[in-house]
Design a protein around this ligand. Structure first.
Ligand SMILES: [Zn+2]
Ligand SMILES: [Zn+2]
Length: 295
């Protein structure tokens, strides 16, 4: 399998001189199976650059998996040029949204109202299919499989494990490790601890032993207390998670939009120094636009 990162920024696209090295586009990952089947994880603004590349190999068949429908993960979808070209086949997958009580088939429709976008979905000439996935469901794409896992975010967010012939990668989308909303001594504290332990166990099991884990590392540990409950992890929480799951390589992503390349490197180095390398530890790197990983 081949993994290529097209967008590594969280929350809002951040172009400019200060993000040149790591990139300013929001989340999008291209995964190619051993048979060159195309899997796209999230449709942030990074998907626009991917679209331009794909125009060289028309007609295309793509399976897009959306972790959740926050803007930074779907905003590039209406600009995904292959959608407008007859002969292309796009299959969009994602979770059910209990807030609007709708499936992933609304992801395009809701963005393509005339008030917000000049083209209607009906004018998209590619074949578009939608599948609203359940927790733990596996979808087969050629020789590869993609399995969803419920992670922890203010909306339903699926992490996806992509697997083929014993090689695998996992992408979290947005994930904040679950924490106890009660204080020690509160009546429900202990019960909530058990719920968290069970949830964490399931999450670690879902990413167990993957070759590559691309994980939400939005915050430094200094920033986190002010942003608890926003639904994002820290470098430290993702390093702990990667160690527990025995992953081989951790790719830290969803960079804070205000973070410059230099600040990012400083915060990353500080995080690494708090977790000195131990035998069996994953290799830990920063996600950057254009990074390619062969698994
Ligand atoms: Zn996000
Ligand atoms: Zn989000």
């Amino acid at each position: 399998m081949k993994v290529r990162l097209w967008g590594v920024r969280g929350s809002i696209a951040s172009p400019g001189a200060h993000t040149l090295r790591y990139g300013g586009n929001t989340t999008c990952i291209e995964v190619r199976s051993n048979d060159n089947d195309l899997i796209i994880l999230d449709g942030g603004t990074g998907i626009f650059a991917l679209a331009q590349e794909l125009l060289k190999e028309l007609p295309i068949k793509a399976n897009i998996f959306i972790t959740h429908t926050h803007w930074d993960h779907i905003q590039g979808l209406p600009f995904f040029t292959p959608l407008y070209i007859p002969g292309n086949a796009l299959h969009i997958h994602g979770p059910f949204d209990p807030v609007t009580n709708s499936g992933i088939e609304k992801v395009m429709d809701i963005q393509l109202q005339y008030s917000y976008f000049p083209v209607r979905e009906a004018e998209m000439r590619a074949t578009i299919d939608y599948t609203t996935m359940k927790m733990g469901q596996t979808v087969t794409v050629g020789g590869a499989s993609v399995t969803s896992t419920l992670l922890s975010h203010p909306v339903v967010n699926f992490g996806y494990r992509v697997e083929q012939d014993g090689k695998s990668m996992f992408f979290t989308g947005d994930h904040e490790p679950p924490y106890n909303i009660y204080e020690p001594g509160d009546e429900d504290y202990e019960e909530f601890e058990n719920i968290i332990a069970e949830k964490e166990h399931d999450i670690i099991a879902a990413m167990q032993g993957v070759d590559v884990l691309v994980a939400d590392c939005s915050y430094s540990i200094e920033e986190y207390p002010m942003r608890r409950g926003f639904g994002h992890g820290t470098f430290d929480s993702s390093i702990r998670m990667a160690r527990q799951a025995g992953v081989k390589k951790l790719v830290c992503t969803h960079h804070e939009p205000t973070r410059s390349d230099t600040q990012l490197e400083i915060i990353f180095a500080e995080a690494l120094s708090r977790h000195p390398h131990q035998p069996g530890d994953p290799e830990i790197i920063l996600a950057r636009e254009g990074l390619e990983i062969e698994i």
